[in-house]
Write a protein that binds this ligand. Sequence first.
Ligand code: HEC
Ligand code: HEC
Ligand code: HEC
Ligand code: HEC
Ligand code: HEC
Length: 215
Amino acid sequence: MAQIFPRWTNKTPRVILITAVTAFAAIVAFFWYFGSPKYTDAGYRPVQPVPYSHKLHAGDLELDCRYCHWAVEISESANVPSTQICMNCHSLILTESEKLMPLRESIGNNVPVQWIRVHMLPDYVYFDHGAHLNAGVGCVTCHGNVAEMEIVSQISPLSMSWCLECHRNPAPNLRPVDQITNMNWQPPEDQKSFAEQVLKEKNIYPPVACSGCHR
Ligand code: HEC
Ligand code: HEC
Ligand code: HEC
Ligand code: HEC
Ligand code: HEC
């Protein structure tokens, strides 16, 4: 009997199936990757390679944020501490701890601990920690009360509208520069006149033009 379809069409259903499965997998991968919390902002809270607790170290032990994030006032980005800073204490404290094994390996092999980034702006946005801290915006305003966090979680959306909301009216978020790492500082009753004075003295004009943040 004459064939209605040529022989090669036997393969067609398989090709269609394979193409469909591949396309489906690509779509799933796309949403998996770009839809993951890292890209949808607030609430992102990855598990770190060492169960380091800010609540213990910055809260209970009252270490100042700058003991570890020492570059935060003088540079664009806050540094994550080197293992050596941890070893200032942990070469003496809990030297046998299982949980601190990755620290000892890091020092021994001279490779940094692979901390997972929590906060991350897109490359096309310019942000400078130093400029904000020197103007008197505290860590807690953008990061929440980190000293109470067992695991750091992103609490602000880091969206353009979030930046702009403060840039249009920074006054309520200004504090004395010696209080920037204080998680419990409360604005005084005369915050308004304090802020007015600071805005004038330091000549503070947060950028609202596009080129301020997209350089
Ligand atoms: C003993 C050292 C130490 C001290 C003190 C400390 N931190 Fe950290 N911080 C770390 C380490 C290590 C990480 C990376 C691991 C993690 O995210 O928990 C980190 C991460 C962070 C992150 C998340 C960074 C990211 O990847 O986006 C923020 C925000 C932060 N710290 C803020 C603070 C604030 C605010 C204080 C003061 C209240 C503080 N830290 C005190 C060691 C420290
Ligand atoms: C100023 C001293 C000091 C520094 C600096 C320090 N720690 Fe600690 N750490 C302590 C103390 C004190 C404890 C609690 C000891 C206890 O529970 O008896 C502790 C506990 C820990 C624990 C819990 C371990 C366990 O077995 O329960 C981890 C994990 C830890 N630190 C990680 C770090 C990391 C990572 C760094 C550097 C980013 C660091 N520490 C820096 C003093 C310090
Ligand atoms: C005006 C808001 C703001 C303030 C104030 C602020 N941060 Fe941040 N922080 C951010 C943003 C936004 C990022 C993400 C930066 C990026 O991806 O380039 C970030 C990232 C970080 C990181 C991750 C490493 C890095 O630099 O990207 C650490 C650690 C950190 N901040 C610590 C601190 C500490 C400690 C303070 C207070 C001394 C502080 N921040 C004050 C907004 C702020
Ligand atoms: C809580 C208030 C607040 C938030 C939130 C905030 N800023 Fe700012 N920003 C300021 C203040 C105050 C200044 C200082 C302006 C000055 O000194 O004239 C500033 C300055 C800047 C500057 C100028 C710095 C320089 O070196 O010229 C840039 C760029 C900037 N902010 C970007 C951002 C971006 C991007 C975000 C969001 C991811 C953000 N800011 C979120 C308050 C804020
Ligand atoms: C105060 C800082 C700041 C200023 C000023 C600013 N942007 Fe943005 N912009 C951001 C941040 C932060 C993001 C990243 C938002 C995110 O990842 O959710 C962004 C994202 C964007 C995007 C990417 C699209 C999107 O929504 O994700 C565009 C386009 C953009 N900005 C255009 C502009 C234009 C046009 C202006 C001037 C009218 C401007 N921006 C002014 C901070 C700023």
